[in-house]
Structure formats: C-alpha cells, structure tokens
Design a protein around this ligand. Sequence first.
Ligand code: DGL
Length: 262
Amino acid sequence: MKIGVFDSGLGGLVITQAFIKALPDYDYLYLGDTAHLPYGEKTSGRILKYTLDSLRYLIDSDCGLIIIACNTATSIALRYIQQKFIPAYAPRVKVLGVVIPTVEAALAQPVSRVGVIATPATIKSHIYATELHKIQPSVKVTEVATPQLVPLIESNNFQYMDNLVDDYLSNFDAIDSLILGCTHYPLIKDYCRRRLPDVNIISQDELMGAKLADYLHRHPEIDSQLSRQGTRRFCVTRTSPSALAVASRLIPDIEVAEISLD
Ligand code: DGL
C-alpha cells in the first residue's frame, strides 16, 4: 500500500518533497483538490465534503497511510475522519494531520509568545491555540488569518509578497515563535524570516519528514504494510497553466495528471 498525501492545492507538494527526502523508498500518491481551492474561505460542511471525496479516492487507490497535508482540512475534518469515517469506510487505513506535529515542533524549545498565520477557516477553528494550550497552558497565542497569501502563491505571483508579508506580520507584538499554519507557507518562509529575523519560524516542510519517519518507526504494524518501490504519482482535480508552473517550480520534471472525483 502507498502513502497518500492530500492537500487542497499544490502547496502540499512541498510537504510531499519533505516526505520523499526523509523516506525515499516508499510509494507516494499525491492528490491536490485544485478544483475546489481555496478551502480556507469555505464553510466547514464544504471542507468536510471535499476532504472526504479526496480521501475516498486515495483509499480506493490503495493508500494505507494518508497524511492530510492541508491545515484547513486537518482543522475542520480530521477528527470526524478518524472517529467516524475511517472506522466505517476503511478501518485498516491510518489518517494523520499536520497540526499536532507542528505544535509539538513549536513547543520543542522554550516559548512564551507564539504567533500563528493560517487561512480564515483554520484561524476560526482556533485549533492551534487549543492544541498549544493543551501542552503548555501558559503560552500566549496570537492567531491571524492571512487570506491573500494562498491565491498569490498558487498563481505563482510573488511580486508584492514582501509588502503583503510585512503587512500581515505587523499584527504580532514580541512573539518568540511564528507557526506557518498553512501548507503553502513554506514557500514564503524566507519572506517571514527576513521580516522577523529574531523569531523562530516554524515551517512544516522542515519538520514533517522527520515526524513521519518517527511515526513509522513507532508503528511497525503500519510500516510493514507500505510498499517500497520508489514510485510517485501526482494528481490534481483541475490543471491550469499557472498551477503547472507552480508544480514544476516545486518539483522539476513533475508529471501532473488531472483526475475526476465524481
Ligand atoms: N492547503 C490549505 C491549508 O493548508 C491552504 C489553501 C486553501 O485555502 O485551500 O490550510
């Protein structure tokens, strides 16, 4: 069985690359639901529906372990998927998200004031503040929605990124860590580091590879079910010239197939 990686768009390719770098022998199937991007502006009901449609595709395509690389889908849908959907639809499949590993990485060093940037839906769910407080109740968390970032990143438009990042990050006062709580934001981590040089920038591409390797190490019963022929397949629900440009910027020579979830 393969490792499935799901995102609402192409940002999840950055996380997939981190997995491939840490665990190159495994077989990967990537699905980006570009037809419905951005999830971050949609209702919880829509986000849940689209995520379930995508997960069914990955499960039916023989994925035994699925990582929801999308922070928005993790925030809104992961609990339902783990508690209700998977036990009924595919009890042997494991589904993981990105929020808990990110929170663990953020709290691996001493922190007192954490900033979070993410989509409106993720911020509205307060998942980062909730999970940070579960581990460290004293931590002060400021969450800021940054809705203009994903459309610009997905359309490969970085022209005004410095100004936009400047604007958004001016909302934070004296934070010691900043969580980039969206799959796409590793692509703007350098802008954030330039703007906040003394702040620890937590970027999911730098932590998820080690987290997945650690998870498989701790779960040999799952690891032993995963095939290792080094294959990769990348699918989206809608292609466009700018989407293909982003994809090949992230993974040169990538071949992207368009699939239908109907
Ligand atoms: N992939 C989403 C996330 O990580 C961002 C893009 C979207 O809004 O769909 O939150």
